[in-house]
Write a protein that binds this ligand. Structure first.
Ligand SMILES: [Zn+2]
Length: 440
C-alpha cells in the first residue's frame, strides 16, 4: 500500500498542474479549487481502500479530477481561451485557443505529456490506456495540434506502415529505448517519418511553454492541510515491508513515487508553489500582479503572427529576451489524415484484417492492415500460440478517419510450433481474426 508521505508528495508536486487542467476544462476558479481538493481526497481514500485499483497514483488523480471537472465545467469565460487570466499574453492565448479547438481527450493527452511532462504510464492511467497506447494518442494529438496553432497541414502517414507511438517517443529525444531502434533507423532514411518526428518535436516544445495556472495562494495551504489530515488518518506512515517489494506493479509505483519525492525535496527548498516548467530555462517563481498566481515565468518563445490569407512571411519579433520563432513547415504534406477525427464517422468499407506476409518463420514481423474499423478507435492485436493460448505478442494501432489502420505485429510463439496461428483484432466494438502460418 502507498504510504501517506508518498501520496502527499504526489499531491504537493502536482496540485498546480491538476488545477491548471481543471481550469482548462472550463471550470471557474471556485469550482476548480473544489475539484482539486475533492479529487485529492478521493485519491487518498482509493489508495487506502483499493490500492490495486489506483495503479499510477498521479495518473489516477488526473483521471478523477478530469471526470469531476467535466461535470462542473461551464460558466467560466477566462479559460481555456485565456480571455481574462492569461489574456495579457498573446502567445498564451493562442496556445489555449489551439488546445481548445481539439477534442477534450487530445487536449488532455497534450497537457499531461507535453505541458506537465508526466511519464507515459501516468498519462495512460489518466486516459484509461496503457503507456504504449497513450503515446500513440499523444503522437496523433501533436500532429493535429500544430496546424491548429500555426495553420497549414500535418504531415501524413496514410498508407505508411509505422509505429506512431515509437515516433512520438523519438520526438522527445533523450535516451532511445531499445524497442524503438528499428523505427529510429527507419526515420533516418524516410522523409515522411522524419517530417512527422519534426512536427511532433515542435508541438511538444511549444506546449512545454504553456503557463500553468496555479492554485490561488489563499486556498493552497488550507487545502493541502486538509488532504494531509485525511492521508495521515487512513494511510500507513511507514514504508511497506521489504517482501512486498517483490510485487512487481507495486514496486514500480513505489519507485515512481520515490522519484517524485526527489523532485519534491528539490522543490521544497524554493518554497511550495514553485513549478519548474519542463523545457524552460526559467527556474524561479514569477511574482506577478495577476489576480491569479501564475506559476511559470515569462514565456520563452514567440509565435508568428496569425496568418492572413495563408501568408507566413515576416513573423513579428517578440520583446522577450529569449525568443525562438516557429513557422509552419513549407514542406507539409497536403493531407491531415494521420490525425484522429474529432467526430468519428462510420466506415463504409467491409470489415477486413490482412496480414503481409501471411506465412513465415517464427518471430517474423507481420504488417497488419485493417479496413472497415471504427474511426478514432484503438485496435488491439494479439498473436496467439497454437491451441489459442496468448503468446504475449501484441500490437495496437489507431484507426484513421477512413476506418483503416496499419501496424506491425511479431509472429512470436514461445514454443516455436509450426502451423496456423490466429491473429485477433479488437477495437472495443468490432472483432476480427485471421491466420498466420508459421513455417517449420
Ligand atoms: Zn517512414
Amino acid at each position: 500500500m502507498l504510504t501517506a508521505d508518498e501520496v502527499l508528495a504526489a499531491v504537493r508536486v502536482h496540485a498546480d498542474r491538476v488545477h491548471d487542467a481543471v481550469r482548462r476544462l472550463g471550470c471557474g476558479p471556485d469550482a476548480a479549487v473544489e475539484v482539486v481538493e475533492h479529487s485529492a481526497i478521493d485519491l487518498v481514500d482509493a489508495a487506502a481502500g483499493e490500492p490495486l485499483a489506483v495503479g499510477d497514483p498521479v495518473g489516477w488523480w488526473f483521471a478523477r479530477a478530469r471526470a469531476l471537472g467535466r461535470s462542473l465545467a461551464g460558466g467560466d469565460d477566462d479559460l481555456p481561451v485565456g480571455g481574462g487570466v492569461l489574456g495579457g499574453d498573446a502567445n498564451q492565448v493562442r496556445l489555449a485557443e489551439a488546445l481548445e479547438s481539439r477534442p477534450e481527450r487530445e487536449r488532455a493527452a497534450l497537457l499531461l505529456r507535453d505541458s506537465y511532462d508526466l511519464p507515459a504510464g501516468a498519462v495512460g492511467t489518466a486516459l484509461g490506456l496503457d503507456a504504449a497506447h497513450a503515446m500513440e494518442v499523444v503522437g496523433a494529438a501533436r500532429l493535429a495540434f500544430l496546424p491548429a496553432l500555426l495553420g497549414g497541414t500535418a504531415p501524413s502517414l496514410t498508407d505508411h506502415v509505422v509505429d506512431l507511438g515509437a515516433l512520438a517517443r523519438l520526438a522527445e529525444g533523450g535516451q532511445f529505448a531499445a524497442r524503438d531502434a528499428t523505427t529510429r533507423r527507419h526515420v533516418q532514411s524516410c522523409d515522411r517519418c522524419a517530417a512527422v518526428v519534426d512536427a511532433q518535436e515542435r508541438a511538444r516544445r511549444l506546449l512545454s511553454g504553456l503557463t500553468v495556472v496555479a492554485l490561488p495562494d489563499a486556498e493552497r495551504e488550507a487545502l493541502l492541510a486538509r488532504v494531509e489530515g485525511r492521508a495521515r488518518a487512513v494511510l500507513p506512515e511507514a514504508e511497506p515491508e521489504p517482501e512486498e517489494w517483490d510485487d512487481e506493479p507495486h514496486r514500480r509505483y513505489s519507485l515512481s513515487l520515490m522519484a517524485l519525492g526527489v523532485v519534491l525535496a528539490g522543490g521544497l527548498g524554493l518554497g511550495v508553489g514553485l513549478l519548474v516548467s519542463r523545457g524552460s530555462p526559467v527556474s524561479a517563481v514569477a511574482v506577478t500582479a495577476s489576480p491569479l498566481p501564475l506559476v511559470t515565468a515569462a514565456p520563452v518563445f514567440s509565435l508568428p503572427p496569425i496568418a492572413t490569407a495563408g501568408a507566413s512571411g515576416s513573423p513579428a519579433l517578440s520583446p522577450s529576451p529569449r525568443v525562438f520563432l516557429i513557422t509552419p513547415s513549407p514542406t507539409a504534406a497536403p493531407s491531415a489524415s494521420a490525425t484522429a477525427s474529432p467526430t468519428p464517422t462510420v466506415s463504409t468499407e467491409p470489415l477486413a484484417l490482412e496480414l503481409n506476409p501471411s506465412s513465415g518463420p517464427n518471430d517474423s514481423d507481420i504488417t497488419v492492415n485493417g479496413r472497415g474499423w471504427t474511426p478514432g478507435a484503438t485496435v488491439t492485436l494479439q498473436y496467439l500460440e497454437r491451441f489459442r493460448q496468448s503468446s504475449g505478442s501484441t500490437a495496437s494501432a489507431i484507426v484513421d478517419e477512413r476506418g483503416r489502420f496499419t501496424t506491425t505485429l511479431t509472429a512470436h510463439d514461445g514454443q516455436d510450433l509450426p502451423g496456423p496461428h490466429d491473429v485477433v483484432a479488437d477495437d472495443g466494438t468490432q472483432r476480427a481474426q485471421t491466420t498466420f502460418t508459421a513455417t517449420g
